[in-house]
Design a protein around this ligand. Structure first.
Ligand SMILES: [Zn+2]
Length: 317
């Protein structure tokens, strides 16, 4: 991502979106503006003048290199019209709880469920902005489980579930930004690297009494334990992370009918974090703008890479 200021140009609502992105040329111009905000530069010879072929290719006037607008982005080698991708980007970012592949297939009239599913996986991979700022200040950290039949923490029956580490900023009574990460188990070996990857040193981290966090103090963090007394219910201790856990469980049941594969879970969580951290953004179009911005700087994903999922998110960071 460049430091250069980009005019935040986006449709403010559905009507503006429909009017603006009704043809290929309009979508092409928008992507162009976000991919080359300072103007086109030939990737071979750095020349800046070009002409556009009838098929929309950008041809360098000096070396005649043919550059496709979508090559090297998440839309790499797509055969579908840009207008369809734009609709997918719009629905993905503006629907309150997102869309699943069946919704998207219906909305776009796509012939194949698998295409809709792959598109969503690709869009989800664009929700994490590289080099994003770590959480700071007062932060609650905890873990919860998704999937499986039995509830409960860290105990027996946990082997069929997916453990998720959660950290959220506390701003007085309100919640700030959120981070979620699939972890192998709730050991210190998983939790401490999660905190390092997501919370700035010097922050004050509140956890429950779990021993997995006891190493935090020696690692540049303040550590407070919030212990549950006999008269308290569990949600009054660490209310922020417990709220997040229940919202995500509800989402997984609602949008995905509780069915998900562990290797794709991180992408669902990334999408949730993207939405959550922008929940107070006034214009829905601004989320759309952010995702398109990410889509043009995200590396292409082959079908095989999409299907592979995210195996070890902490290593991938
Ligand atoms: Zn050139």
């Amino acid at each position: 991502m460049t430091n250069f200021m980009i005019t935040e140009d986006f449709p403010k609502n559905q009507t503006e979106f429909d009017q603006r992105f009704c043809d290929e040329q309009a979508c092409h111009e928008y992507l162009f503006q976000l991919r080359w905000p300072q103007g086109f530069i030939c990737p071979k010879c750095w020349h800046t003048s070009y002409w556009q072929s009838a098929r929309g290719l950008l041809i360098c006037k000096r070396c005649e290199y043919h550059q496709s607008l979508t090559a090297g982005t998440i839309l790499h080698s797509t055969k579908k019209p840009l207008t369809a991708w734009f609709k997918a980007l719009w629905w993905f970012t503006t629907r309150k709880s997102g869309v699943n592949a069946i919704n998207l297939q219906d909305l776009l009239g796509l012939g194949s469920y698998n295409t809709a599913w792959r598109w969503l996986q690709k869009l989800r991979s664009c929700t994490v902005c590289e080099g994003r700022e770590k959480l700071s200040g007062s932060v609650e950290a905890d873990e919860f489980y998704l999937g499986g039949r039995r509830s409960g923490k860290r105990g027996r029956g946990a082997e069929h579930k997916c453990a998720v580490a959660v950290a959220v900023e506390r701003k007085g009574p309100k919640l700030g930004r959120l981070r979620l990460q699939v972890i192998e188990d709730c050991s210190a070996g998983e939790l401490i690297p999660f905190v390092h990857a997501n919370v700035a040193p010097g922050s004050i981290i509140t956890t429950d009494g779990w021993k997995g966090y006891s190493a935090l103090k020696g690692q540049g963090y303040g550590h407070k334990q919030s212990l549950q007394t006999k008269t308290q219910d569990k949600n009054s201790v660490l209310p922020g992370v417990h709220l997040i856990a229940s919202l995500i469980k509800r989402l997984m049941l609602g949008t995905f009918q509780g069915r998900f594969e562990k290797k794709y879970l991180q992408r669902y969580l990334d999408e949730y974090v993207f939405r959550f951290n922008r929940r107070t953004t006034k214009s829905v179009g601004k989320r759309f703008f952010r995702i398109v911005q990410q889509a043009v700087v995200s590396s292409p994903m082959s079908n095989k890479q999409v299907a592979m999922g995210v195996i070890s998110p902490l290593l991938a960071n």
